[in-house]
Each structure stands twice: as C-alpha cells, then as structure tokens.
Design a protein around this ligand. Structure first.
Ligand code: BMP
Length: 258
C-alpha cells in the first residue's frame, strides 16, 4: 500500500479545517502518534499530556471516565492543545439516533462540541448519527471519524458493515475526515486512517483487546496514525515510551512516502 503523498501534501489537499490542521501538525511535528490518555483524574491527564505533547499530533480522551471532571480542566487541556499544537479528540463513540446524539454532543455535563475538535461515531444507527453531530459540529468547524473496524476480538465491524461505513463517510466528507480502523480503507488522501490496539509487541489484554506493532499498522496495513494508550500511560517512563512510539510510527510512515 504505497502512499505517494506525504502529510504536508495531504494537508494542502484537504479543505476541512480539522483535517488540514491535523495533517499539518503531523508534518510539522513529525508525528503520527495519538495519545489515548485513559486516566481517571484531571491532574494525571494534564501532567502526562504536558510532558508528551511535543511527540503527539492528537490527544484522545474518554471524558466520561474522569472522576473529578470540571470545565476548568477542559480550559487547561485546550490551552495545552494550543501551546503544543495538537488536536483534541473525544472518543465518545456516538451510536444513537441523530436527535439524541445532538444532545449528547452539545449538552450534558461535558459539553463535548465546545472543546473537542474531533469526535468519533459508530455507523450502526445509519447516517442520522452523522446528521445529529453535524447540526452543531458544522457551524463550529468540528470533525468526526467513523469507526469502520475495531481492534477487539470478535467484533462485528467487518465486511458489508465496514463497506457501508466507508460509503457513509464519503457521502458526508464535509464532516467525516477519516476512520478508526485496522487498515487503510480508502485511497482518497483526504481521509485519515487511525489505528488503535497498538503496542511495541503484538499480543492482547485479558478483556479482548488485540495489539499490532506500529510497523505492522503502518507498513503492512497502510494506516496513517497509531493510537496508543497503555503502551505509554502504563509504562514506568511514559515520555521515553512516547518517544519510542513516535519514532517507530514516523519511521514506518517515511518508508511509505516518496
Ligand atoms: P490501549 O492502547 O490501552 O489498549 O487503549 C486503546 C484505546 O483505543 C482505548 O481508549 C480504546 O477505547 C480505544 N479503541 C480501541 O482500543 N479499539 C478500537 O477499535 C476503538 C477504540 O476507540
């Protein structure tokens, strides 16, 4: 899966501001590493993000696992994302009818649309889920990636489901900028492929997660960016671990471009 365009060239092709910004960051900071900061305290999240920020293009949150959530925390996270130039990606996995999703996105405690540049959604409800997000997200120039495949054992996102998800993304390319997937799905260089389930060695956890290496995800499967959680946040030296993932993933990307 030779990808001839580099991240900078892909940034130039993109008209969506979030896609453009993300590819620009990846080129400028030389990183296709997304940190999945799955801690449950604001202080721990901010502490690790501040240290690892130079080596990442995006921070992926699970905001609903944070025990002491507050909007001041969000202000600090937004400030870090501006200072260190990375995208805020809330891994909310929206999966309901459009009307419900609109409220989950814009309201409740977390006010996700007010701070998350990028969110993701399952395609299982049909494209109403995208329309619900677009209703607010389009005006704020936010973006979404669709979950076309999953890393977990026995998941149902394959075959016709994945193909229909790709079609849905193409039909909503004014808001959907790419995929959560295990491999490259579309040759259109404007779409970004992000792959979770990545560690330095292949394997699994005891709850169904399955891991690929950065090299396999990018060189063999043709993905663009890796999403790493425990491989970094549970490492005794998370900064060194992040540097290793950044170096491995970026070197893998460099073998794929001219
Ligand atoms: P870890 O690297 O610790 O296994 O974490 C992976 C992260 O990516 C988790 O936050 C999980 O919710 C997310 N994720 C995943 O693992 N597989 C998918 O298919 C989709 C995900 O969003």
């Amino acid at each position: 899966s030779q990808q001839t365009l580099n991240f900078q060239q892909r940034a130039e092709l993109c008209s969506h501001p979030v896609a453009k910004r993300l590819f620009t960051i990846m080129a400028k900071k030389q990183t296709n590493l997304i940190l999945s900061v799955d801690f449950t305290s604001c202080a721990k999240i901010l502490e690790i993000v501040e240290k690892i920020a130079p080596y990442i293009c995006a921070v992926k949150t699970h905001i609903d696992i944070v025990l002491d959530f507050n909007m001041n925390f969000i202000s600090q996270l937004v400030k870090l994302s501006e200072e260190f130039n990375f995208i805020l990606f809330e891994d909310r996995k929206f999966s309901d009818i459009g009307s419900t999703v609109f409220h989950q996105y814009t309201g409740g405690v977390y006010l996700i649309s007010s701070w998350a540049h990028l969110v993701n959604a399952h395609s299982v409800p049909g494209d109403g889920v995208i329309k619900g997000l677009k209703k607010s997200g389009m005006t704020d120039s936010r973006a979404c990636v669709l979950i076309a495949e999953m890393s977990s054992a026995g998941n149902l996102a394959e075959g016709e489901y994945t193909r229909s998800t790709i079609k849905m993304a193409e039909e909503h390319s004014d808001f959907v900028i790419g995929f959560i997937c295990q491999k490259k799905l579309l040759s259109d260089p404007k779409f970004i492929h992000m792959t979770p389930g990545v560690k330095m060695s292949a394997g699994k956890d005891d709850l169904g997660q399955q891991y690929l290496t950065p090299e396999k995800a990018i060189c063999v499967h043709g993905s663009d960016a890796i999403i790493v959680g425990r491989g970094i946040i549970e490492d005794p030296d998370p900064v060194a671990a992040a540097k290793n993932f950044q170096a491995a993933a970026y070197a893998a990307y460099e073998t794929q471009v001219e």
